[in-house]
Design a protein around this ligand. Structure first.
Ligand SMILES: [Zn+2]
Length: 113
């Protein structure tokens, strides 16, 4: 396997990483965790199965806050307000082709840049 320099990969932040690990632990079918960063600063996460279906409940949280913001409470963290989104793959990550397939299914046309 040759190492390719990623163009612009969004990396999970430390706090997100901890959440991701928790989600994966509770989702035996999960092969990755979808991370959605909303414009307001809240996060939305859910495990995804190898078919690209949800493999856990959707978890929402906000850094350094007890609750998600008022806006998210209202619209449940609408995807319209997505700042960036990506999938954190469980090692070993699926093939690039499969990653693309699942990303497309889960994130649709929403891209992270
Ligand atoms: Zn929010």
């Amino acid at each position: 396997m040759k190492e390719k320099k990623p163009k612009k990969t969004v990396q999970a932040e430390k706090r997100e990483q901890a959440m991701i690990e928790g989600i994966i632990e509770g989702s035996p079918d999960g092969i990755g965790v979808v991370v959605v960063r909303l414009e307001c600063g809240c996060r939305k996460m859910a495990a995804v199965s190898k078919e690209g279906d949800p493999a856990s409940e959707i978890i929402m949280y906000r850094d350094q806050a007890q609750n998600i913001c008022a806006k998210c409470k209202e619209d449940n963290g609408s995807f319209m307000r997505t700042k960036e989104s990506f999938i954190h793959w469980v090692e070993p990550a699926p093939s690039e082709e499969k990653q693309k397939e699942i990303s497309l299914k889960v994130l649709g046309s929403v891209t992270a840049h």
